[in-house]
Design a protein. Structure first.
Length: 687
């Protein structure tokens, strides 16, 4: 209710101020361009409020037309002095003089009122009075003429004063009718003083005046009604335009905002990073790129639960934002538990000092994390940084790669520390990274395997697909999370062989054996950009005897598809093989709204962070907006992170068919997959 009241009040003020400005300046062209109908919802306003807004609107738009109408009416009024000289020459001097006096007086009065910025109603009253006085000024001396026959004919032209009240000045209906009635009464009285007419002539003239009164009044009524309807359409159009702009801003903000933490997502950070890099290349403005990774976050997430993990990321994001804002540094979520900071600090000492501020700020939160095995009991972060130098090279990706390698060095040195990229440090060299070395032998030594998580149709209870997830361990058996080895694999190019291996393994383990009707595999931008990827996939399908329609590729990498013709071409070739293309992690920064515009995806996976937040009214409203956006594109929707029965129930309320999460099934190795016997949900069967 507050919103409905506030909007028209603001509309009154805006329209009133613009109307007064237009009145003071005489309704100049620039003022007419400034004024626009208030963007309020006409359907929610009571009739009196709409009438009040209409009066403000009329005041700001009618003044110029009224002034033009008066000047035109005066010219016509004076032109009829020629008719006076021809028809009633004996009193023409008096009538023409009277016309001049009325014309000059009317123009002077109206121009003074306009100059003083009075309300339009006083200008309307002046125009109405001008019509009446103009009629009297002509009629009184005209009745003294001796040219009785000509005057009897000439009296009929008195009806033009009725027309002017309705057509020249666009007066409001009541004032127009009152003016016309006054002229009609004056005419009837003048019948006693005018040259005598026969009874028939008098009846005809009176009937003509009354008909003219009725006709012009009806026209004025319809014109005013039409103007009011036009005004209603105008404010409704303004309201719809305003709402559309707000939705556009909200969607743009959504596409550039990490929903969980509220800070910039990877898409926005990449854009900001390009701006920083351009300034460095063109103006020499140095900057630093700092990667911040939450230590042992997977252990924290697994032990305390995903909701606690989300809360941890939110707290870390908040403290980073609060700490860095006074320092004019920007911070965004770069993916998972990783954040990125961009700052125009220069030199090794300044970068290290900023890194220490970041590290100590997170440590100062004292978030309990007693599942660590490194002697710490609180959440900490590892910080890797790099900064622009003359040796930085011409490519933007290099500074990020350097910061990533410095971050790896920080983790290898015990975490909760800062490392600045050093090309001479063996731990920051790709050739000597333990993970990079392990990746080179991972497939040959069975250090990688796939686990499968079911994707269930919540209406039928049937599992329609499984998602293939890669797992890896070091030679000594230490497990590595995808967040650890996937970035290294992409940086070193090992992702190309690993990706094809994962596709072949999913086809042979799941699809060729009939374990599941469909399998999805995550595909990175590096794979999509590589030449011959689509051909290699086609070869795998042929060799395994699997149809392309059984395979889905999930695009998770945060690339900007604008201008990426090679990526789009590869996706098109894959789709020609029958492979479904899914958009993963929608809304987290790994996928932007532009993707939906550039390519017809089969399915969109909404990130689980939106579901976790749906317990709040605002969070649910946002989730519903995202669902509505995707449905309007005609795409299938799959929501991740179903961890409770309440989540499943919410999916039914929102009409979502496909779901994935721990409540439906955890990722398990192929020998533990029991998809054919997967039970139907009780909540579904009970519906």
């Amino acid at each position: 209710m507050d919103r409905v009241i506030k909007s028209p009040v603001r509309g009154y003020r805006d329209a009133n101020s613009q109307m007064q400005a237009a009145a003071r300046s005489g309704g100049s062209r620039s003022d007419r361009q400034v004024y626009s109908p208030p963007a309020v919802d006409a359907k929610t306003l009571p009739a009196p409020a709409l009438k009040a807004l209409y009066q403000l609107h009329r005041s700001s738009t009618q003044l110029r037309q009224t002034r033009q109408g008066l000047w035109l009416a005066v010219l016509v009024y004076l032109f009829f002095g020629v008719a006076d000289a021809l028809l009633i020459p004996d009193v023409a001097m008096q009538t023409v003089t009277a016309r001049l006096v009325v014309a000059v007086s009317a123009l002077a009065v109206v121009e003074v009122l306009v100059a003083r910025g009075v309300d339009l109603r006083w200008v309307d009253l002046s125009c109405a009075a001008t019509v009446v006085m103009g009629y009297l000024a002509w009629l009184v001396p005209s009745t003294q003429t001796t040219a009785e026959d000509a005057f009897r004919y000439y009296m009929l032209f008195g009806t033009i004063f009725m027309m002017s009240a309705n057509l020249f000045f666009n007066l409001v209906f009541r004032l127009s009718v009152l003016t016309s009635i006054t002229i009609l009464v004056i005419f009837l009285i003048s019948m006693f003083y005018a040259p005598a007419l026969s009874l028939g002539q008098s009846a005809v003239v009176i009937l003509f005046y009354i008909s003219c009164f009725l006709f012009t009044s009806y026209v004025n009524w319809k014109l005013n009604e039409e103007r009011y309807n036009v005004f209603l359409n105008a404010i409704e159009a303004a309201h719809q335009h305003d709402e559309a702009e707000k939705r556009g801003v909200a969607l743009e903000r959504l596409s550039n905002t990490d929903y969980l933490t509220g800070m910039e997502n990877r898409r926005a950070v990449d854009r900001r990073l390009r701006d920083y890099w351009t300034d460095w290349q063109t103006e020499g403005k140095a900057f630093a790129a700092i990667l911040v990774d939450v230590d042992f976050f997977k252990k924290y997430n697994d032990f305390y639960g995903h909701q606690a993990g989300d809360r941890c990321l939110i707290l870390v994001a908040n403290i980073l934002s609060e700490t860095l804002k006074p320092l004019n540094a920007s911070v965004g979520r770069y993916g998972g538990e990783e954040f990125i900071v961009l700052s125009r600090v220069t030199g090794r000492d300044q970068v290290m000092a900023l890194g220490e501020i970041i590290r100590s700020a997170v440590e100062g939160l004292h978030l309990v994390h007693d599942q660590r095995r490194d002697g710490q009991a609180f959440v900490t972060v590892s910080v890797g940084a790099s900064y622009t130098r003359p040796q930085s090279g011409p490519k933007l990706e290099r500074i990020i790669n350097e910061a990533d390698r410095a971050l790896y060095s920080a983790k290898a040195n015990g975490r909760n520390c800062i490392r600045l990229f050093n090309p001479n440090d063996p731990l920051t060299s790709d050739d000597n990274e333990n993970i990079a070395a392990t990746l080179r032998m991972a497939i040959k030594n069975d250090l990688v395997h796939l686990v499968y998580q079911p994707i269930q149709n919540l209406k039928t209870g049937r599992v329609e697909a499984v998602e293939s997830l890669m797992r890896m361990k070091m030679i000594d058996g230490t497990p590595l999370s995808p967040a650890q080895f996937i970035p290294v694999a992409e940086r070193t190019g090992a992702i190309l062989d690993l990706g094809l291996w994962a596709i072949r393994r999913a086809c042979t383990e799941v699809l060729a054996t009939g374990v599941a009707p469909m399998a999805s595999v995550n595909v990175s931008a590096i794979q999509l950009k590589s030449r011959g990827f689509a051909l290699a996939v086609s070869t795998i399908l042929e060799e395994t005897g699997v149809s392309g329609s059984q395979l889905a590729f999930e695009i998770t990498e945060g690339i900007d598809m604008e201008g990426q013709s090679d990526v789009i071409r590869c996706i098109t070739d894959l789709q020609a093989l029958g492979i479904r293309i899914w958009l993963d992690d929608f809304g987290t920064g790994f996928a932007g709204l532009s993707w939906l515009r550039l390519f017809p995806f089969d399915t969109v996976k909404i990130d689980r962070s939106f579901l976790q937040d749906a317990r709040r009214p605002a969070g649910r409203a946002m989730l519903e907006d995202i669902i509505r956006l995707i449905r309007n594109r005609g795409l299938k929707i799959l929501i991740e992170g179903l961890e409770t029965a309440d989540h499943v129930e919410l999916m039914h309320e929102l009409g979502i068919e496909l779901g994935q999460g721990y409540y439906l099934g955890r990722p398990v190795p192929i020998d533990e997959v029991r998809i054919k016997a997967f039970p139907r949900l009780a909540s579904v069967s009970g519906r």
